[in-house]
Design a protein around this ligand. Structure first.
Ligand code: SF4
Length: 427
């Protein structure tokens, strides 16, 4: 059912990976709370951290101040840290105060951060202790969002991976889709599954704890986000099996992702074509319009969101761009292999970062577009290079057919802005 063939001349799956382990410039995993707290309506994220963590959350989530907050920070002061027993007692008091005030909370995540005292504070034990106190009304879990351990999308991975061991067991033959999607995009996806007759479909994360997400040896799972390596490993440990596929970005990626799942569930080819024909045509048209000024341009991905590999596949195959380098914080063949296979051979494939060396490579190549973190974008813009902030790709709905045109638009906007500015300068 999957008609995708590797590019002539071969893809990048077997390209030797340039591995760099130097200084890196990325946000920490706490950032993931910004989109996770919107998704999980009965969850609360209690960051155990410093004032820096509180500031990061406040500024990154500033836009959410009018919403009912589903995250907060338990700031550990020097005095709290004098003894770990005191710190545990303070944490227990903080949780008690929170849960008394907010009976709507059903899942509480204790989120670790960077300060060494927080690292020493055993949040796993605290979560177990608090689960015993508040079960069955509240489930307490923990994960780390520390910048020492996680890049910004790894926060979601760590969060979802922490949920997998406590998912109820099921022997039912079912599909589990892992990865937080905006509700509207998730609804589109569920609509496609329904039309294809694929089910039951379970979601991780679900919108709330009662949504009956289960897992077991007859569960097959598909990832919607390429940064879920730990979640995938946790699902494997529960006996589930991954459906390998390119990620659902763009028309081609969405079709390949759906086709791999449809094949697993024995969906008839004619039905597949019938269900996907109209949205495919709409997506192709939207991409063609939005990608006009991307055709023939070059792109350089610096490692940041872990979306780099599937997005490079989308830009090279569906927007006719040339990739100079595709850098990603981590590359796992089982997760990124199907996309790498489809990227035309040529670009450097790099994992990790040694930021100065990589900036030298950007300056040498002078790509038309560099996809990078916020901290690197401004200096590169000052050198006359067009950039795209990787973080925007995570905060914007970009999956599946109906968002394919918007995805191309995110990349074409900086180039359009640049040519407009040069025209104005020439006038
Ligand atoms: S977790 Fe670490 S990197 Fe992130 S805001 Fe807190 S101190 Fe900074």
């Amino acid at each position: 059912m999957n008609d995708l063939s590797p590019p002539t001349g071969g893809g990048c799956r077997n390209t030797p990976i340039l591995k760099e382990r130097g200084q890196r410039e990325v946000f920490c995993g706490l950032t993931g709370i910004i989109w996770l707290h919107r998704k999980m309506q009965d969850a609360f994220f209690l960051v155990v951290g410093s004032r820096t963590c509180a500031h990061l959350l406040q500024s990154a989530a500033g836009v959410m101040i009018f919403a009912e907050p589903r995250f907060g920070t338990a700031i550990l002061e020097e005095t709290d840290l004098a003894g770990m027993v005191d710190a545990h007692a303070e944490l227990d008091r903080e949780v008690a105060r929170l849960l008394e005030r907010r009976p709507d909370i059903r899942q509480l995540f204790l989120v670790g951060s960077c300060p060494s005292e927080v690292i020493k504070l055993d949040l796993a034990t605290a979560a177990e202790r608090l689960t015993k106190v508040y079960a069955p009304n509240v489930r307490v879990l923990n994960f780390s969002g520390s910048g020492i351990e996680t890049t910004f999308t790894q926060g979601e991975d760590a969060c979802l991976a922490s949920m997998v061991p406590v998912l109820p067991e099921s022997n039912e033959r079912q599909l589990l889709v892992a990865g937080a999607l905006p509700d509207v995009v998730e609804d589109q996806m569920m609509g496609l599954f329904e039309q294809l007759g694929i089910g039951p479909v379970k979601l991780l994360p679900a919108r709330n704890i009662d949504n009956n997400t289960t897992v077991g040896p007859n569960t097959v799972y598909a990832l919607t986000q390429p940064f879920l390596g730990d979640t995938a490993a946790a699902l494997d440990r529960r006996g589930a099996r991954q459906i390998a596929a390119p990620f659902p970005f763009g028309e081609e990626g969405t079709t390949a992702w759906l086709a791999a799942i449809a094949e697993e569930f024995g969906v008839d080819r004619d039905l597949f074509d019938q269900v996907t024909a109209a949205p495919r045509a709409r997506a192709r048209k939207a991409i063609a319009q939005a990608a006009e000024n991307l055709n023939g341009k070059s792109v350089f991905f610096m490692p940041d969101s872990q979306l780099e590999v599937p997005l490079a596949r989308f830009l090279t195959r569906e927007c006719d761009m040339t990739a100079v380098e595709v850098g990603s914080p981590y590359i796992h063949d089982t997760i990124h292999g199907p996309d790498l296979e489809l990227i035309p051979a040529g670009p450097t494939i790099s994992e990790g970062q040694d930021v100065d060396k990589q900036l030298d490579r950007v300056r040498n190549a002078r790509p038309d577009l560099t996809v990078c973190g916020l901290g690197l974008a401004n200096p590169l813009e000052a050198e006359g290079l067009s950039t795209k902030w990787a973080i925007e790709l995570v905060f914007t709905p970009v999956h599946f057919y109906e968002q394919a045109g918007d995805l191309a638009g995110l990349f074409s906007r900086p180039l359009r802005r640049k040519s407009k500015l040069s025209l104005e300068a020439a006038e």
